[in-house]
Design a protein around this ligand. Structure first.
Ligand code: MRU
Length: 337
C-alpha cells in the first residue's frame, strides 16, 4: 500500500478482483481494521454508515459497487438506484454512477465495468497529484495553513485534494505548519486528518474548530485549504459543516481561502449553492463524544453535516483542469463548458 512519493503512504479503497476491501474509517485512529464488500448492498452500507467517506472516495467505492453488482448477477438498475441514494451531497457519487450507467447502456460486461471503475480510481489519483502541484504553487514559502475535515488519501483514491496540496506544499518547503480543525461532530479532522499527517511525518497540530479565528489573528496562517463535496456553476461550494464560518473568518483576517477538488466534484447542472441538498444526519452524532453521551437525556440536536461557502469568499478553486482565481459563473463555464 506504499507509493513512491514521500508523505503519501495510504490507500484505503482496494479492489481485489472479486471484492472491495475498505479501511474502516469509523475505527480510526484506534484500529486499522479492513473489511470486504462482496455485493453492492455492502458498498451502499459502507457509504451510508461512513466506513468510507469523502466525496471522491465514495464515488470510487460506488463504481466498484456496480462492478460487484454485475459480477454477482444483481439487477443493475436497482443497484444503481440504491447506491445513488446512499448520501445526497457529494456529487462524485452521482457522477461515478452516471459514468458506470453509460457504460452499461453501451453494453459493457462485468470485465469492461471493472476496467471503468479502475479508470475512475486511477484518474482520481492522477488529478490529486496534479492539483497538489497547482495549489502548492499559490502558497508563499514558509506559510502556515488551516485545513478542515479530512481530504486526504482516506477521502480519495490517494494523496488527497486539499491534503494533496498540503502534501505538495510541505514537500516544496512552502508550508511550515498545518493546523487541522477537529471537525465536530464526527471529528474527521481529529480522527482522520491527524492520523494521516502524523503517519506521513507532516508537521501538524490539531485545533478546536472554535480556535480558528483566534489563530488567524497571529498572522502566520496565510491560507485556509479545504476540499469540496459539490461545486455549483457559480462557484458556490458545499463542504463539511464549519467550512463557511472558516471562509468568513479568513476574509475578515486577510487570509486566503482555497478550494481543492477534482472536476468530478463540479456540478454545472446545479446553478448555485442554494440548490445543493445538504445532508442532515442523526442527532445522536452531536449528543455524544466517542460513544459517550455528553448531553442531558431528552435533549434534541440539529445536525446538518455540510454548508455552502459563497463563491465571493473563495480566492481560488483548484481542479486538475487548472486554477480559477476569484471564481464566478463566467470563469466556471469557460473551464467546465
Ligand atoms: O461527511 P464526509 O466525511 O464524507 O465529508 C467529507 C468532506 O466534507 C470533505 O471535506 C470533502 O468530501 C472533500 S474530500 C476530498
Amino acid at each position: 500500500m506504499t507509493t513512491a512519493p514521500s508523505h503519501d503512504s495510504i490507500r484505503a479503497v482496494q479492489w481485489h478482483g472479486d471484492r472491495l476491501r475498505l479501511l474502516d474509517q469509523r475505527r480510526l485512529p484506534a484500529e486499522e481494521h479492513w473489511f470486504d464488500c462482496v455485493n453492492s448492498d455492502d458498498v451502499t452500507r459502507a457509504i451510508r454508515d461512513l466506513a468510507v467517506r469523502g466525496a471522491p472516495a465514495i464515488g470510487i467505492a460506488a463504481a466498484w459497487g456496480v462492478v460487484l453488482a454485475a459480477k454477482t448477477g444483481e439487477d443493475l438498475a436497482t443497484s444503481l438506484a440504491t447506491l445513488r441514494a446512499a448520501r445526497p451531497t457529494a456529487v462524485n457519487l452521482m457522477w461515478a454512477l452516471d459514468r458506470m450507467k453509460a457504460r452499461i447502456g453501451a453494453g459493457a460486461d462485468a470485465e469492461a465495468l471493472e476496467r471503468e471503475a479502475q479508470a475512475i480510481q486511477d484518474e482520481d489519483l492522477a488529478a490529486n497529484r496534479h492539483m497538489g502541484e497547482l495549489g502548492a504553487a499559490l502558497i508563499e514559502a514558509g506559510s502556515d495553513v488551516i485545513t478542515h475535515c479530512n481530504t486526504g488519501s482516506l477521502a480519495t483514491a490517494g494523496y488527497g485534494t486539499a491534503l494533496g496540496v498540503i502534501r505538495a506544499g510541505v514537500e516544496a518547503g512552502r508550508i511550515e505548519h498545518v493546523y487541522a480543525g477537529e471537525t465536530r461532530p464526527w471529528q474527521q479532522g481529529a480522527r482522520l486528518t491527524m492520523w494521516e499527517l502524523v503517519r506521513d511525518g507532516i508537521p501538524a497540530r490539531l485545533i478546536a474548530d472554535s480556535a480558528a479565528s483566534h489563530l488567524m489573528t497571529h498572522g502566520r496562517v496565510k491560507w485556509v485549504i479545504v476540499g469540496a463535496d459539490r461545486i455549483a456553476a457559480n462557484g458556490d461550494t458545499a463542504n463539511k459543516i464549519g467550512t463557511y464560518q472558516l471562509a468568513i473568518a479568513a476574509r475578515h483576517h486577510g487570509v486566503k481561502f482555497m478550494v481543492v477538488a477534482p472536476s468530478t466534484t463540479v456540478d454545472m447542472a446545479t446553478a448555485t449553492g442554494s440548490d445543493i441538498e445538504i445532508e442532515l444526519r442523526d442527532a445522536t452524532e452531536l449528543l455524544s463524544v466517542g460513544g459517550m453521551r455528553t448531553v442531558i437525556d431528552g435533549a434534541d440536536a440539529w445536525n446538518p453535516v455540510f454548508d455552502v461557502t459563497p463563491a465571493e469568499l473563495i480566492d481560488a478553486i483548484v481542479t486538475e483542469r487548472g486554477v480559477i482565481l476569484k471564481p464566478d459563473e463566467e470563469q466556471m463555464r469557460i473551464m467546465f463548458p
